[in-house]
Design a binder for this molecule. Sequence first.
Ligand SMILES: Cc1ncc(COP(=O)(O)O)c(C=O)c1O
Length: 467
Amino acid sequence: MRTLASRELELIRSQFAFPLRDRIVTNNAASTQPPLAVFELLRDLSETYENVHRGQSDASVRTTEMFEASFDTIATWINAASRRTLSMHRSTTEAINAAMYSLMADFRDGDNIVTTLMEHNSNYVPWHALCREILPRFGRRVECRLAQFDHETGELDLDHLASLVDSRTKLVCCTGGSNFLGTKPPLATVRAIADASAYPQPDGRRGALLLIDAAQLFASSRVDVERLDADFVAFSFHKLLAPFGVGVLYAKEALRATLPPFLYGGDMIAEGRVFPDRVEYNELPWKFSAGTPNILGVIASAQTLRLIVDMVGADAERAWFRTDDPLSPDAVDAAMEIVAGHAASLTHRAMAGLASIDGLRIYGPAAGAARTPLVAFNVDGHSPFDIARALNAQGVESRAACHCATLAHHDLGIDPPASCRVSFALYNSPEDVDRAVDAVRDAVGQSFRSRPIPSALQHSVEDVERV
Ligand SMILES: Cc1ncc(COP(=O)(O)O)c(C=O)c1O
């Protein structure tokens, strides 16, 4: 795995505005910072600003071309068969709600949904609401079941998950990467567990549907929906260097063809095919694109992906930013390998440093295990909120909260349900990590390196830096 040399990292950092303000941005699991070139692109687009699918002007035609090409870029990025599998939303949260509303009418009395205790609230509360609030109004009782995780290792309890799945399990919902524990559940096994349900789906297929919340996974790994074989995958671009406002729901094309839309209105209907007694829907993916979409956001998101390939030098042959050319899957692979390697190396460094602080507990898998690039922790006798504020006073941006992983905090008995979290992105440097660790040490009043870094952790840092 190729990691970034310090000169490469400097060049990457020079493409962002925040380093000029001496910000140590380590709250990336919430949102990342967009490169300056993306804001420049948005400014330039103001010259040809127009709606899509709604005009014959050159401006509208060109904007439509760019908007549609963005779907293709995104499809390639996640190795989806085509743009027909995609719908654009405001966020991962809205994407998961879109899946919920599209599936809602299909649930039968006595069905169940299986999810996990390590989910972000976005992948629990919609299913809880469906089971407890929405379906009961239609006289249907559907149970929401929660799989446990190991409190020490942070790993999903696959046996427990399997024990919850039965012939009435219509849907399994699982995170691809926890935003609190950092755990990356083995999704191939989760797929197999969902398949083991004999649930008869409306299309005749047997087995539970699988929805993956890839909000964190997408930011730090190549998400390959074909390999995951998931029925739904949700993620958002503000976690991978794009501006706020665009989330994606991938759904297998066969599902898209039969499921009802989440939103009804303009552009999702076939041109001229609305009558008093019937409405015919547009072809995919526009059937799931009612109303004027976030056009600039979608274009900026897809172009940010292209810019990432250029920024990390993943394709020596050419530049991809500001083009609509079909993106090379190999370039995507290479780019995300570099992003993943860099993030893993920073995460190991942070874990090693934090582990040397007395009374500090890191949640989730041990160093060396697969992890999303974040570290959540608490320190005995210290409020995580005080730590985060003390970090901020030193220019280190972290987050103290339950990170919307409320169930997991309760399950671990963390009272109040909160932890402090630092999380890393492509532009973070080893110095950022060290400043964050030193700031935590200061915040809890411990002298520098009061406890040596455990040797096992030192190895894993070196190993990651070597690869
Ligand atoms: C695992 C996970 N799921 C869902 C979300 C929600 O994402 P969004 O804010 O784009 O709705 C987040 C955001 O932190 C997350 O980390």
